[in-house]
Design a protein around this ligand. Structure first.
Ligand SMILES: Cc1cc2nc3c(=O)[nH]c(=O)nc-3n(C[C@H](O)[C@H](O)[C@H](O)COP(=O)(O)OP(=O)(O)OC[C@H]3O[C@@H](n4cnc5c(N)ncnc54)[C@H](O)[C@@H]3O)c2cc1C
Length: 409
């Protein structure tokens, strides 16, 4: 009889672990409380599915900040090139975009997921949807509540008990909970004395106290080709003005440092260079020309090419101590709070990394492993989130295999 492995969470991490263990000949069962698997992965596909990044591996690994040493062995075991080869094996060729980011040619997750699920099915892996994991019973068996199909009544009385030789938790973080990763598991692991770092939003937008006039005119408009700086770190990119604040790729890249400033000091300042390719002197020269009958706004637009929302931003956060050219090179925007975790691309926090051994097994719960975004690590957007999750999924299978072979179960 093959050993039975239970994987809870049918996101990219759980599915990758399932594939590897299925290939090793284990009897694999995946459980998820949603009616269909990998909902967050599919939503990531709506943005083109930035699956990994092509930059040199040292640079790549540095994106994980203080979690670099933790993540490194998994990415060494299953690298960005391995991930691209794996996509190709599922019929999804990938390409490197101009920013170095890697995408499937289809720019979607759904074709890849379809073929992947078929592969898992062919390996004999069983996917049990509508199963909400609730913990362990007194005999250490896993307990689940089963649901009727979505839209029907939640039947909370229906408890299912499953024995497993090893369990992999792949339950995700706390962002976009409606897609399944609702962090309900924190109570279960907390009760088992697993140290959990509180969740906070990562790759998120931030609240700004815009004037009524500014937000009514410019909410929903982008600030393009800007340079954003926080705490000495600068990134080129763009940002989107929203009713409540500011978000978008450039902001996400700085979100960890902005969030940490807000936590520490209660305030954070974002500086935006609206014309990063022009020096102050060049801008001063252009703006010293006679204005004629142009309005101030028209004059600035004609001589700098700034968009209306960028010009209004200068009035919104006017600084009389500095020249107009200097202000174009640095508008300081006070940020008051991160946007809610429900809208963040990812989350920081989760299982303290010290709770896991090198094989990703929970030291206090032998035979139970954890992978993916439910562990405390974070990374900017750019494909780093999915790569680390896939790599942990591929790596944990080796750890489980070693554990089973070494434990004479
Ligand atoms: C809008 C958006 C866009 C994104 N775009 C990108 C991108 O382009 N590139 C990138 O690298 N990353 C992207 N990400 C992040 C990426 O999708 C996640 O990091 C990744 O899905 C995490 O995988 P995971 O397997 O750890 O968890 P998840 O994908 O969150 O899967 C966890 C699974 O566990 C299930 N589950 C949770 N609790 C229970 C329970 N108690 N019982 C049973 N099942 C449970 C959930 O239903 C879910 O299916 C994006 C995220 C969002 C929200």
């Amino acid at each position: 009889m093959p050993h039975k492995i239970t994987i809870i969470g049918a996101g990219p991490g759980g599915l990758m672990a399932a594939e590897r263990l299925g290939q090793l000949g284990y009897e694999v069962h995946i459980y998820d409380h949603k009616p269909t698997p990998a909902r967050k992965f599919l939503i990531a596909g709506l943005g083109g599915l930035n699956i990994t990044h092509s930059e040199p591996i040292e640079k790549f690994l540095s994106r994980y900040g203080e979690a670099e040493d933790f993540i490194k062995p998994f990415i060494t075991n299953f690298s960005p090139d391995d991930l691209r080869a794996w996509c190709l094996s599922l019929g999804e060729e990938t390409f490197v975009g101009s920013s170095g980011r890697v995408f499937p040619k289809s720019f979607k997750a759904s074709p890849l997921l379809r073929t992947w699920l078929k592969r898992l099915n062919d390996l004999g892996i069983t996917l049990h949807t509508n199963h909400h994991w609730t913990g362990w019973d007194n005999d250490q068996a896993l307990t689940f509540k089963t649901f009727p199909l979505e839209g029907g009544r939640l039947d909370g009385t229906n408890t299912i008990i499953k024995q497993a030789d090893a369990t992999i938790l792949a339950l995700g973080g706390a962002s976009w909970p409606r897609l399944g990763s609702d962090a309900s598991w924190t109570k279960i692991l907390g009760d088992k004395n697993i140290d959990l770092i509180p969740f906070s939003p990562s790759n998120c937008g931030f609240a700004v106290n815009w004037s009524e006039v500014y937000k009514s005119k410019f909410a929903g408009t982008p600030l393009k080709s800007i340079e954003l700086t926080h705490n000495g770190t600068s990134v080129r990119g763009e940002a989107l003005i929203t009713e409540k604040g500011i978000e978008g790729g450039g902001i996400y890249a700085l979100s960890k440092s902005i969030r940490q400033s807000l936590e520490k000091d209660g305030e954070a300042k974002l500086s935006i260079d609206l014309k990063p390719d022009l020096m102050v002197q060049e801008l001063s020269d252009r703006l010293s020309k006679p204005r004629g009958r142009d309005s101030q706004t028209n004059f600035i637009r004609k001589h700098t090419g700034l968009s209306p929302n960028a010009i209004s931003l200068l009035y919104e956060f006017k600084d009389d101590q500095r020249t107009l050219a200097e202000q174009i090179k640095r508008v300081d925007i006070p940020l008051t709070a991160p946007f809610a975790i429900e809208r963040a691309i990812s989350s920081a926090g989760g299982i303290n990394r010290d709770e896991l051994d090198q094989s990703l097994m929970l030291k206090k719960l032998p035979s139970v492993f954890a992978i993916g975004e439910m562990i405390d690590w974070e990374a900017p957007t750019g494909g780093y989130l999915l790569q680390a999750t896939f790599s942990m999924g591929a790596s944990v299978a080796k750890g489980v295999d070693k554990y089973i072979k070494g434990s004479n179960i």
